[in-house]
Design a protein around this ligand. Structure first.
Ligand SMILES: [Zn+2]
Ligand SMILES: [Zn+2]
Length: 797
């Protein structure tokens, strides 16, 4: 017998080895093995078993590591899909499906933590005579029956030697046992019961249950033919998008759907953005399943666990003891079997996308895994991604809507403040409009709390006139141009368009010479607050002030108990927080998110405004939200003001259709990086020629045109073709491919690296990924220039 092994060194290849007689019958797919490679011994994972190999002179496997396979065949299949679709080496994809704490364990190491336990033995015969000290120690042991040695030593203020003496006397037994690390052991969790559902919640849950029943019956297999090519995220109809406004009770639906999975004997995975994975969130899930007939361990996987904790949590899942897993992005690979349900909460969140290889999107991997394992997938959000909503419109997902808040809470009242007026009066641009200042004063008087939000991103932003709101845009791509201060240039980083910075505002009605508005940060907001409201207790929450693990928890804790009047923060405070006493939310400068050079800038702004506004009015008092903006009539702001997601979607999708941005197409972003700008630029141009040469030779209508000028013309016809249903055969050519760039990335020279990007847009991404992999394999780049491929990027920077 032969095994195929993926080695833990990046070679983009798998190797065949012989199974020696001594290991016959001991090796399965998913086993970790040690094999000889050149003159070294290397670890790898078995990906297949075979009768024979095409290669002569095979070497034998040296060792099998661990009694249990770590990667299940199902997860292995998922890893293969990731490698193929996201265009990365299989061993890199394989590496990402196991936590390092599990993978790195060598055969000699014991992954479980063992500790010494003292147990009282039944006394037979005459009780030995003890000293006063020994008697005291014995009394504690007898009372506790079993106790950790370390605990006993501390409790009885004694030494291990005294305890050994008791062992010699035959009173106690000292054993080494596995001590499971539980990251939440110190939390005191009270069990909860299912809450009554309102009619819309109940109807949504019912549809999910029906789909779970159908999946279990294998009904999906019969529909398989309708699902289109299996190699791209083409979901079955048992993917749901649960669109519920903030405060509409989505979590309760998740909890009851999870209970249903457990009743059916199935397990489940719940994905939550890392930042929402607070102790309160985890507690909500643990509390529901901590007792009763559905009692199970709820395993938690996220990046703040110690390696040991992660090891133990993972093995609790692998052993089938933990049936529910809650975690951030990589929890999607948890070895839950059988898997009945996957929940992706806040599915629109960009943190589900991994920003290093493999650059997978956990939401899309979830859908693919659901499809492979016949599990129902529930995506939940108050502000769904355009991708997911588009898929509902196309009939690929089922839309479930919760339009009302539970308990008859009203949606907050949103007021948009025109900052162009505020900028007209005094010298310069004020941070607070008179309206917001007045609203804060009222809250301070009434003893209510305020959240002030400022979205600030690290790099040079757009050029915006503070007087009239004008924003410099690329004529080709309809995206904000990036303002490069040192060179005084405006640049489009999608197509490379370049322009000089105007001396005055180009708006003929304005002509403001002070167009170069500098922007501001949270620190400045905090300082201004201190001047305006010297008696207010203000706290700031951003990457600079939240350096230690506990800072976040402590700041929020203080705010919760009313020790803080005003909380100032960045994205960190935008979601998931629930404070009944917050009645005012101020968004200082909504344009900062709006004019990012990214086609999703409008979508992000809508999401942010809606999520931040959702923090207000979670108690009995109705909430009020002030949005300050220099472009107050932008659709993203106006639709957010009216809590109108559908309206926003309709106008935004029109813009995406026109320029063929996702979800109408899919994007592959190729980034070249190096210390020598000329080399990077030259390599980018070389790559582009290779792409045109290789992709351009696609059969028949393989028209490849470089954007920008011909975008709309080229796409005129392609767009009409898009009436195909999900069941149409995959396209045979790259007819609707657009190649954009190369253009310098917005963070040019970040960390002294120059970066150039090429953006590809297509409707046939699976096929493009495969071709890209081939092109990259044969591409010769200078040694100091690296290329990265990002499929479905969420960050164009
Ligand atoms: Zn102007
Ligand atoms: Zn452009």
């Amino acid at each position: 017998m032969i095994v195929r092994v993926s080695l833990e060194i990046a070679l983009r290849k798998e190797f065949d080895y012989l199974i020696p007689a001594g290991l016959a019958g001991q090796i399965e797919v998913g086993n970790r093995v040690q094999v000889p490679f050149r003159s070294r011994k290397i670890y790898g994972t078995v990906t297949a078993l075979a009768e024979e190999s095409a290669h002569p002179g095979l070497k034998p496997v040296l060792k099998v590591i661990g009694a249990q396979t770590l990667v299940t065949p199902k997860v292995l299949k998922l890893a293969r899909w990731i490698a193929e679709y996201y265009c990365c080496a299989p061993e890199i994809a394989l590496k990402s499906v196991l936590p390092e704490a599990v993978r790195k364990k060598k055969e000699t190491e014991e992954g479980w933590k063992k500790q010494l336990y003292i147990r009282a033995l039944p006394v037979t015969g005459e009780f030995p005579k003890l000293s006063k000290r020994q008697q005291e120690v014995w009394n504690i042991i007898e009372e506790r029956r079993e106790i950790l040695l370390t605990e006993l030593v501390e409790l009885a203020e004694t030494t291990a030697a005294t305890v050994r003496r008791l062992e010699d006397l035959g009173l106690v037994e000292i054993t080494s046992q596995i001590s499971e690390r539980d990251p939440y052991a110190r939390e005191h969790i009270l069990p909860t019961q299912p809450l009554p559902l309102n009619p819309t919640q109940a109807a949504a849950l019912e549809k999910i249950k029906v789909a779970m029943k159908r999946s279990e019956d294998g009904g999906l297999k019969m529909e398989a033919g309708k699902r289109g090519p299996a190699s791209s995220p083409q979901p079955p109809s048992s993917t749901f998008l649960l669109h519920g406004v903030t405060g509409s009770g989505k979590t309760e639906i998740y909890l009851q759907a999870l209970a249903h999975a457990l009743e059916q004997g199935q397990g489940a995975i719940v994905l939550v953005p890392e930042i929402s994975l607070t102790p309160q969130t985890v507690e909500r899930f643990k509390a529901r399943f901590s007792s009763g007939k559905l009692q199970t361990l709820v395993a938690v996987l996220h990046s703040h666990l110690s390696a040991g904790e992660r090891h133990d949590e993972w093995h609790k899942i692998r052993q089938g003891r933990a049936r529910i897993v809650i975690g951030a992005r990589s929890a999607i690979f948890a070895p839950v079997e059988p898997l009945g349900l996957i929940v992706v909460d806040e599915e629109h969140e960009h943190t589900y996308k991994q920003e290093e290889a493999p650059r997978y999107h956990a939401r899309d991997v979830a859908i693919m895994r659901g499809q492979m394992e016949n599990a129902v997938v529930v995506l939940g959000s108050a502000t769904p991604s355009l991708e997911s909503y588009y898929n509902c419109k196309k009939g690929k997902y089922t839309l479930l809507e919760l339009p009302e808040r539970v308990d008859n809470q009203k949606m907050p009242h949103v007021r948009v403040v025109d900052m162009r007026q505020a900028a007209r009066g005094e010298k310069g641009v004020p941070i607070f409009s008179p309206q917001l200042k007045e609203a804060i004063t009222q809250r301070l008087e009434r003893g209510e709390q305020t959240i002030l939000f400022l979205n600030r991103r690290g790099y040079s932003t757009a050029l915006q006139c503070p007087k009239c709101g004008y924003v410099a845009q690329c004529p080709n791509c309809s995206l904000a141009l990036t303002y490069h201060r040192p060179e005084q240039k405006l640049r489009c980083h999608i197509c490379g368009f370049m322009d000089a910075v105007p001396a005055a505002c180009p708006n003929v009605k304005c002509k403001n010479p002070a167009i170069r508005y500098a922007g501001l940060g949270t620190q400045k907001v905090e300082e201004t607050l201190a001047k305006l409201f010297p008696n207010a207790r203000v706290r700031r929450m951003d990457a600079d002030t939240m350096k230690r693990k506990d800072d976040y928890r402590k700041t929020l804790g203080d705010f919760r108990v009313g020790k803080t009047d005003i909380l100032v923060g960045t994205q960190m405070i935008a979601k998931g927080l629930h404070f009944p006493n917050v009645t005012l939310v101020g968004i200082i400068y909504a344009d900062l998110a709006l004019h990012q050079p990214d086609f999703r800038a409008g979508e992000r702004t809508f999401q942010l405004l809606t999520q931040v506004a959702g923090r207000a009015g979670r108690g009995d008092v109705e909430g009020e939200v002030f949005v300050q903006a220099f472009t107050p009539f932008h659709p993203a702001i106006q639709y957010a003001r009216r809590h109108d997601f559908t309206g926003f979607y309709e106008q935004e999708i029109e813009f995406r259709e026109q320029l063929k941005y996702p979800p109408v197409s899919r994007v592959a972003l190729l980034t070249l990086r190096g210390r020598n700008e000329d080399k990077v630029k030259f390599s980018a141009e070389h790559l582009k020629r290779e792409l045109e040469k290789n992709l351009g030779t696609a059969p028949a209508s393989g028209a490849v045109v470089s954007a920008p000028a011909d975008d709309t013309e080229l796409f005129g016809e392609g767009a009409k073709q898009d009436t195909r249903g999900a069941c149409a055969p995959p396209k045979k050519s790259f007819y609707d491919l657009i190649i954009c760039g190369p253009a310098p990335a917005p963070l040019l020279r970040a960390e002294t690296f120059y970066r150039y990007q090429i953006m590809l847009r297509t409707r046939a991404m699976s096929k493009l990924s495969q071709t890209l992999a081939k092109i990259i394999e044969t591409l010769s780049l200078p040694e100091d220039v690296t290329l990265s491929v990002d499929i479905d990027p969420v960050n164009l920077g």
